[in-house]
Design a protein around this ligand. Sequence first.
Ligand code: SAM
Length: 215
Amino acid sequence: MRLKHVKGAEEYIAGSDQVVQDYKDHKGEWNKFFNNSNRIHIEIGMGKGQFLMEMAAIHPDINYIGIERYSSVLIRAVQKKEEMDLKNLAFILMDATEICEVFSEQEVDRIYLNFSDPWPKDRHAKRRLPSRQFLERFSHILKDDGQIEFKTDNKDLFAFALEEITPGGFELIEVTHDLHNDEKMNIGNIMTEYEAKFSALGNPICKYIIRKAKK
Ligand code: SAM
């Protein structure tokens, strides 16, 4: 993704109460953080947060946490959220490689990966969020009946992601190569910013839902 640097974004994020600053201190205690016992759903690589803000507004009984590694991107989500009253949504500025330092084993009910960066070079494969290396980390923090939902318009990345499911310790529940024309899987679909952009160009959207493989 091309990134436009936003002047002052680091300072803005560091001073924002919409962003959890001491996020590692909440490991194993995210329900305490939200002050309820509701399920926890996270989006990794949330970008400007359009998807999560819509989801949080529709599902007040679910706690959402958005993770993004660039302050120049996260600042856009933070500024939007400041105008809304969404107590069930929090943001974290971090790299997802640290995810097991932030959530305990089985703390998370669902992980959304939306339009993850493709990292097209083979030698960068392990940086792709649906790679087996990331799936192993996600498996650790996900509940046994937890799920991962992944969407992309990138056919090569999706083919790679499908091959990584088994070595990553997961099994496929549902898959489509044309989400918006899939009567069943498109029910309740909330479009992300990238999804709106790429589907407007005529690109079909691929999606899978996976769960941890039974041991
Ligand atoms: N999910 C949004 C959407 O669908 O509109 C944004 C998609 S954008 C292509 C991918 C985002 O993931 C970028 O903002 C990027 O900075 C973030 N990202 C990629 N790898 C990440 C990582 N390892 N940890 C945290 N964020 C990451």
